[in-house]
Write a protein that binds this ligand. Structure first.
Ligand code: IMP
Ligand code: MG
Length: 172
């Protein structure tokens, strides 16, 4: 495993990102932070602890990748763990912006559910992969077109627990 972004760099960058997010929502109606499971796991936990504003938290799932290969299948969104967001301002957090299909679909799903606004924050934005036009409001890191794992991101549901972001090498 090659370390692409160390736990320390993640920590430092999230300190900055939380300031940006707090500024954006300070003095505004309370925000509902919505994470896209499972990849958002650590990102949501670390971001909300840095935001000193009243907020609610909820989750949706969006599964597109099936099995070990990174093949995009049919996207399925589930929102059983989403609080009522009618008329609420939502900050949607996801691990990575790759093709942009997931975030585009989830944003419109949340607007359909009655959200007053939806801003999007991603931990990672992969360069050169985007297929649909989509501009996130907050980006922690921009990375090259490599398959990354750790800090919530998986390969075949493994490696999510790593405290850093790494690239799986051929040897494993
Ligand atoms: P998109 O719909 O193509 O933007 O895909 C976003 C989803 O694909 C993310 O939420 C991840 O679950 C997954 N994904 C994309 N790139 C990677 C990667 O490099 N490592 C792990 N998961 C990835
Ligand atoms: Mg994901």
């Amino acid at each position: 495993m090659d370390v692409l972004i160390s736990a320390e760099r993640i920590r430092d960058r999230l300190d900055e990102l939380a300031v940006e997010i707090t500024r954006a929502y300070d003095g505004k109606p309370p925000v509902t932070v919505v994470g896209i499971l499972n990849g958002c796991l650590m990102f949501v936990a670390d971001v909300i602890r840095r935001i000193d504003l009243p907020l609610r938290v909820g989750f949706v799932t969006a599964s597109s990748y099936r099995g070990p290969a990174t093949v995009a299948g049919k996207l399925q969104i589930r929102d059983d763990f989403l609080p009522d967001i009618t008329g609420r301002h939502v900050l949607l957090l996801d691990d990575i912006l790759d093709t942009g299909k997931t975030l585009t679909r989830v944003v419109s799903h949340l607007l359909d559910r009655g959200a007053a606004s939806v801003k999007v924050g991603v931990l990672l934005r992969k360069i050169g992969r985007q297929e649909v036009p989509f501009e996130p409001d907050f980006v922690a890191f921009t990375i090259p077109d490599q398959f990354v794992v750790g800090y919530g991101l998986d390969f075949d549901d493994e490696y999510r627990h790593l405290p850093y972001i790494g690239v799986v090498t051929e040897a494993g």
